[in-house]
Ligand binder design. Sequence first.
Ligand SMILES: [Zn+2]
Length: 313
Amino acid sequence: MPIANPNYFTGNPLERLSEKRGDALWFAEQLAHEKACMVPFWRGRPLVEMPDGPDGQARALWLSPLARSEFVHDAPVVLLGFRDGAPYFALDASASSASAETAPFADMASYKGMRELAGILSREEVAILGQALWLLDWHRRHQFCANCGAKSQMVGGGTHRRCDGCDTDHFPRTDPVAIVLVTRGEECLLGRGVKFPPTFFSALAGFLEPGETLEECAAREVFEEVGVKVKEVRYIFSQPWPFPSSLMAGYIAETEDTTFTLDETEIAEARWVSKDEIRALLNGERRDDLNIPPPFAIAHQLLVEWVRDEDQV
Ligand SMILES: [Zn+2]
C-alpha cells in the first residue's frame, strides 16, 4: 500500500508480489497475460506521449509485451508489479542487438529523460517509471558476477541475477544518502556543490559509509562539507532516487554555529538563507543569485517541511 510521503518517486501503486517471482513459468504466463502492458526504455529514457490534449498530461506509452517480438525479442524485460490484475513490465530496448543504434517504437512517441519527466507525468507514473529505470539500469551495469567474474543471468522477473559460474545470487543495490537541511533559528544553511550551476543551492548530502548510522552520516557530512557541528538531527522522510540507485534519507538539523568553513573540493559556496527568502523561492520567485532544487528533489521538500513546521508553531 502506498504510504503518504510528499516526495516524488514514492507512492508506487503497483503490487510487487515478490514472493511469486522466482518461478520462470509463472513469469512467462504473466508476459502472455491479456492485460499485460510494457513500457520501453531507450538508453535510460522511457517512451512517453507528450501533452497535446486539453488536460496537458504527459503519459508513459504502455504497449503489449507482444510488441517486442517484432523488433527486440532478446531485450531484457523486468516485471514491475500488478495493478487491477494487470502485470506491468519495462523493457530495455537499447540492450537488444537488433536495436543497438536505432530506437524502436520512436515513431509512436518520444524517449525522454526522467528528470525532465518528473514534473510533468502523474506522480504514480513518476514512481513506476523510477522503479523501472532503477531496475533496468542495474541489470545493464551488472552483467558479470562480482564474486567470480562469469556472466550472470536475470532471474525472478528481474528481482535479481544469478551467476552462471558460481551460482551466487546478486540483488539490486541501494546506496543510502543522508541529506540534511541545517538550520539555526530562522535561517538555514544551503550549499552550492562544485558541479552545480552558479546560482543553484541545496541541502548538504553525502553517502553513508560502512559502519555508520544515517544520523551519524548526516552529522559527519555537514561537518566535513561546511565545518558546522549540529546538535540535533531529526529524521523527516526518505526518497528513492533512481539516478542511479540512491535512497535519500532526509533530515533537518539544528546548529548553534554561526560561521562555516568550506571543503572546497565539494562545496563551492554556502550561505545562510532566511525563512522569508525560502518562502518566496518556494512560491516561485526567480533570483539572479539564488535558486533552490525543483519539487521532485527531496531538498525542495525538506525546505517545504521546514517552513511548514515553523508556520504551525
Ligand atoms: Zn560467480
